[in-house]
Design a binder for this molecule. Structure first.
Ligand SMILES: NC(=O)C1=CN([C@@H]2O[C@H](COP(=O)(O)OP(=O)(O)OC[C@H]3O[C@@H](n4cnc5c(N)ncnc54)[C@H](OP(=O)(O)O)[C@@H]3O)[C@@H](O)[C@H]2O)C=CC1
Ligand SMILES: CC(=O)[C@H](N)C(=O)O
Length: 253
C-alpha cells in the first residue's frame, strides 16, 4: 500500500504550507498528492519538495477531478495517512452585493467539495489516519458582510466535530483548524478591502500550520492559533448571537 498525504488548495497559502511541513513530521510517506487549479504553482511545489509529488490540477467544483482522484486512489491502493481540505475562498460584502453564483460558489467549494473529498478518501484511511479541515474562527459566530463565508466555515466546523465522533474507535482523527486572519493570498480574492483590524493582526501561515499539525497528531478536535482567537472561541459559547453579530458588524466597518 502506498502511504500518501492528500492536500487540496496546495498551490498557495495554508495548503502549500501543509505540503511543506507534512513531510518533516511524517517521514514515511511515499507520495504527497496535491490538488488545485494552477498547475504551474503545483509544479513549483514539486520542485521544492524532497518527497515525490503527484499533481492533480483541476477545479474542485467539477466532477472530473474526483473521477481522476478516485481512479488513482484505487490503482495505487493508497493508504491516505492525512487528508488536508484547504481549498476555499470568501467574498467580503453584503449578501445582496453578489449574485447567487458567487454565493453558491463559496458553498460549493468550502462545503460541498470538502465533503466530497472526505467521502472519497475515507475508504482509503486506516487507524492513525488524520483529516485536517480548514474551518476558520469565522465559524465561531455569524458575520454580517462575510455572511456566506462564515456560514460555510460553521458547516466545516460542525461536520468535523460530528465526523470525528462517528469515527471514534476507528483510530481516524478529525481536526477543525480555526485561525483568525492569516497572511495568504486569500485576501487578494475577497473582492473588497478587509477590515483594518483583520489586516493588522494577521498570523503567519507557517505558525498556523505548525500548530495545526501538532494538534492533529495529538488527536485534538480543534486547532485554534493565538490567544485572541482562543478567547473568541470561548466567547462564542457564552455570548448571545445577537451581541456577536453586532460586534462583528462593527469590526467589518
Ligand atoms: N487566510 C486566512 O485568513 C484564513 C483562511 N482560512 C481557510 O484556509 C483555507 C486556505 O486559505 P488560504 O490558504 O488562506 O487562501 P489562498 O487563497 O492562499 O488558497 C486557496 C487555495 O484554494 C485553491 N482553490 C480555490 N478555488 C479552487 C477550486 N475551484 N478548485 C480547486 N482549488 C481551488 C487555490 O488554488 P487555485 O487558485 O490554484 O485553484 C488555493 O490553493 C480556506 O479554506 C480558507 O477559508 C481559514 C481562516 C483564515
Ligand atoms: C478569512 C478568515 O477565515 C478569517 N478568520 C477572517 O475572519 O478574516
Amino acid at each position: 500500500m502506498m502511504k500518501i498525504a492528500l492536500i487540496t488548495g496546495a498551490s498557495s497559502g495554508l495548503g502549500r504550507e501543509f505540503a511543506r511541513q507534512i513531510p518533516k513530521l511524517y517521514q514515511n510517506l511515499d507520495e504527497i498528492w496535491v490538488v488545485a487549479r494552477r498547475a504551474e504553482r503545483l509544479n513549483e511545489l514539486e520542485m521544492e519538495l524532497k518527497v515525490p509529488v503527484r499533481i492533480f490540477d483541476g477545479d474542485l467544483n467539477q466532477d472530473y477531478i474526483y473521477k481522476k482522484l478516485g481512479i488513482a486512489l484505487g490503482k495505487s491502493q493508497a493508504n491516505v495517512r492525512m487528508l488536508v481540505n484547504a481549498a476555499g475562498y470568501g467574498k467580503i460584502g453584503t449578501f445582496c452585493e453578489y449574485g447567487w453564483k458567487e454565493e453558491t460558489g463559496m458553498v460549493d467549494l468550502n462545503c460541498r467539495s470538502l465533503t466530497r473529498m472526505t467521502a472519497l478518501c475515507l475508504p482509503y484511511m486506516h487507524c492513525g489516519s488524520r483529516i485536517v479541515n480548514l474551518s476558520s474562527a469565522a465559524a465561531f459566530g455569524p458575520q454580517p458582510g462575510f455572511a456566506v463565508y462564515a456560514a460555510t466555515k460553521s458547516y466545516v466546523y460542525s461536520l468535523s466535530m460530528a465526523l470525528g465522533r462517528e469515527l471514534k474507535g476507528s483510530g481516524i482523527y478529525v481536526t477543525a483548524v480555526c485561525p483568525g486572519p492569516v497572511d495568504t493570498e486569500f485576501f487578494d480574492h475577497t473582492g473588497k478591502e478587509v477590515a483594518s483590524v483583520k489586516k493588522k493582526f494577521r498570523a503567519d501561515a507557517k505558525d498556523v500550520v505548525r500548530k495545526a499539525l501538532i494538534d492533529s497528531a495529538r488527536g485534538k478536535k480543534t486547532s485554534v492559533y493565538g490567544l485572541s482567537m482562543k478567547a473568541a472561541q470561548v466567547a462564542s459559547k457564552v455570548v448571545p448571537d445577537s451581541v456577536i453579530v453586532a460586534v462583528m458588524e462593527k469590526i467589518a466597518e
